[in-house]
Design a protein around this ligand. Sequence first.
Ligand code: SF4
Length: 297
Amino acid sequence: MKIIVSPEIGFCFGVKRAVNMVEKLLSELEEVYVVGSLIHNSLEMERLRHKGLISVKSAEDVPAGSIAVVRSHGLKKEEIGLLIKNKVKLIDTTCPFVKRVKSEAQRMLEKGYKVLLYGDPEHPEVQSVTSYLEGEVLVVREEGDLDFISIFDKIGLVSQTTQELDAFIKMAIAVSRRAREVRIVNTICDATVRRRRALMDLISRSDALLIVGGKNSANTGKLASLSKKYLGEKTYHIEFPKEISRGWFEGIERLGLASGASTPDWQIGVVLAILKKYGGEVCNECGSDKRRYSLSH
Ligand code: SF4
């Protein structure tokens, strides 16, 4: 069995930056707090916990005077306010792409636009961004959420960084049909777009696909759904290397290997070692040869 490794595998830029910043802190300090999960990967969180990272449920649980990191997808304004009030020293690892969503939306509000943020209202990034915006902001997920728009409105549209580009474009078209003046800024991060494109390419060359990443990681879940659309049950989404079953690879000539944006390289290494034990062999040329299937998306 040939293994084709996605060129977009392992941590994305923002997660790598956050984990590096936390590791540097932990090399100098005994303990560092984070509200929520720094990243959606339980094995990596466990590794960082052993080094002194303490994950707590809410800002109220961070002891006064301690040191805490703001995770890559940000924290709500009220949470930051409480931490500052409690004299917690904050180290901000918020991804610059997330900060851009906030600054673009704020600029639109200042110019008199009603702002629509395309995304999941429950996602920490969306909650963080909207908590900072002063003005009329609405989180939208589908066309049905646009019924309030009048033709005379000035509408601004931005996106949560990890949404799918095609779905955002569809939303942008729907908004443009409803108002005369629409300003659209694509704030989906490059890492998300590149990873999804790489996955499409991988699917077209593979008989089965193994995706490594947290079951609670939204971006990994989206990659798995995309693969299921084309490869059906030959899509295997695992969180832990020990979930791999030898039987999955019977009759498979080419296996694609991909990961979510919060999966560290060391976990990919463990997965590759297991696949090699089962007779797999990394094929570097298989990623650049002719596609086996043509996919429309
Ligand atoms: S997915 Fe994009 S926005 Fe989120 S942390 Fe990674 S690079 Fe930043």
